[in-house]
Design a protein around this ligand. Structure first.
Ligand code: PMM
Length: 364
């Protein structure tokens, strides 16, 4: 091995050790509220770290966790700038309407505006980088200048679009391919200083719904996200800027999506905050019998509350105002339950209803 390779290897190892330390603390805090410290998520966490003696440290971190109650997850407002979303003929009118919609999402309570210029619907055809950039950059530039509170994310699988979007003011790169679609993406994310959302998807939007199959969807998604996360850290993405997403609706059957929601807490053991998108997705329509995506609000709200209770740090949604209300309600109940439990000296129950993971700062 050349000296330079050794150096690169040592740097990568150091980054991973640093990341492992963060992961232990995060896993501990998460465990304190969801599960007994010797249950499955601990085993997953230890697997990820590769060392059994760390169990004691995880347990100690779990016991030391004393989170603030009553904090709701972040809300990411979806702002798709694709031809079927805002097109009314003129390019200028399109940009203007997208910006107005973004500002309305911010006013409704969105913490982040997720701007996308390429559809990721099942079977969707890819668009080239130039077309995608022309769609998203003018919108990102204007929103970055006008938003007072919300930050901007670019939803893209292309490194060049991500780089240009960060230059235009985006502070997040939301990559539905988790670094698979473009080999230059992770370097771009590392160099950008932006937050990076690494989503789970098998295949591409064109192929992902062709006979998807999992034997153990939570275990497999967890393992595949862990591998991607290590790849991100090795590429130099700062661990504190890394978020994960199980990719609901991306190459998953109805039952896979439902099990991922029910057992989301197990994914928090990976140590990174989770962004999750269930809003208006077709599995919500299948379950509730509502065909038109716009009419799937009730099912989407139920999913948002269930995901928040299971440790999601952020939810990607279309209907921002009602989602914020539903999440505030759930957070209020959780906080009250915690207070009541503490009054009765029942610290274990108080911890169980609290959701410290939602408390983590916006990364970038
Ligand atoms: N879903 C869509 C697009 N981008 N990004 C992340 N991180 N997570 C998601 O679940 C996700 C995404 C597709 O939904 P849309 O077509 O309603 O925007």
């Amino acid at each position: 091995m050349e000296a330079r390779d050794l150096l690169v290897d040592a740097e990568a190892r150091e980054r991973r050790v640093r990341f492992a330390g963060d992961a232990i603390d995060a896993a501990g805090r998460t465990l304190a509220r969801f599960v007994a410290p010797d249950s499955a998520p601990v085993v997953v966490a230890l697997d990820a770290l590769g060392e059994a003696p760390l169990l004691e440290r995880v347990r100690r971190a779990a016991l030391a966790a004393r989170p603030a109650p009553g904090v709701r997850p972040q809300v990411w407002g979806v702002l798709n700038v694709t031809p079927d979303s805002f097109s009314d003929g003129g390019r200028f009118a399109e940009v203007k309407r997208a910006v107005e919609h973004g500002l309305a999402l911010e006013a409704a309570g969105a913490d982040v505006l997720d701007v996308g210029g390429e559809s990721t619907r099942p079977g969707a055809a890819p668009v080239d980088a130039r077309t995608e950039s022309e769609r998203v950059l003018p919108v990102i530039e204007r929103l970055a200048a006008r938003c007072r509170r919300a930050t901007i994310s670019v939803d893209t699988m292309k490194a060049s679009v991500a780089r240009a979007a960060v230059d235009a003011g985006a502070r997040w790169i939301n990559d539905p391919s988790g670094g698979d679609a473009d080999p230059a993406m992770l370097d771009a994310a590392a160099a950008s200083g932006a937050g990076y959302v690494c989503m789970h998807m098998r295949g591409t939007p064109r192929t992902m719904q062709k006979a998807p199959h999992y034997d153990d969807v939570v275990g497999e998604v967890c393992e595949e996200l862990r591998a991607r996360l290590v790849r991100c850290v090795d590429a130099g993405v700062a661990p504190e800027r890394l978020w994960l997403d199980p990719g609901l609706g991306f190459g998953k059957r109805l039952e896979d999506n439902l099990v991922l929601i029910e057992r989301l807490a197990e994914l928090t053991s990976l140590g990174a905050p989770l962004l999750v998108g269930a809003s208006r997705k077709s599995f919500v329509g299948t379950l509730t019998g509502v065909e038109t995506p716009r009419d799937r609000l009730a099912g989407s709200l139920a999913a948002a509350v269930l995901l928040a209770e299971r440790g999601a740090s952020a939810l990607r949604v279309h209907d921002v105002a009602p989602t914020v209300e539903a999440l505030d309600m759930a957070a209020g109940v959780a906080a009250a339950a915690r207070g009541a439990a503490a009054e009765h000296g029942d610290a274990a129950h108080g911890d169980a209803v609290d959701r410290d993971v939602a408390n983590r700062e916006v990364a970038p």
